[in-house]
Design a protein. Structure first.
Length: 134
């Protein structure tokens, strides 16, 4: 009985592997740069998630890290929608969906610095709240 279960599991795994071989995959090269000066962002987390036809993020995914030149790559991304998020300390989180439809893709991502927050507790010279009407 155990042998039959093992053979069934092996058959299912082999069928899944054959199906995976038939599905086209892509090699994606990422280049992560600073938006303000074009310099590479090292050690940024590049996170990829498949997206279904309804635009919902599916389970699973892959996280890569950029090298000192801001580069990272992955070969074997299935064709279809892919959600890419990039996180790096000191930068705004980047997120965008891409349509993977060719064997090789080069994606350049420019990260922005965080924007200043507006506070009602700080003085704002451009606000004219204390001016008296004429």
């Amino acid at each position: 009985m155990a042998l039959a279960s093992w053979m069934l599991a092996a058959g299912v795994a082999a069928q899944r592997d054959r199906r995976a071989e038939e599905e086209p995959t892509a090699a994606i090269n990422f280049l992560v740069l600073k938006d303000d000066n074009g310099k590479p962002v090292r050690n940024a987390a590049v996170i990829m998630h498949p997206v279904n036809s309804r635009g919902k993020q599916q389970r699973g995914g892959m996280e890569l890290k950029t090298d000192s030149e801001g580069k990272s790559s992955f070969d074997g991304v299935p064709y279809g929608k892919l959600r890419v998020q990039v996180l790096a300390q000191g930068f705004q989180t980047f997120g965008e969906d891409y349509d993977v439809s060719q064997a090789k893709m080069d994606l350049t991502i420019k990260l922005k610095r965080p924007q200043g927050q507006y506070s009602v507790y700080e003085d704002h010279p451009s606000d004219k709240k204390d001016e008296k009407p004429h």
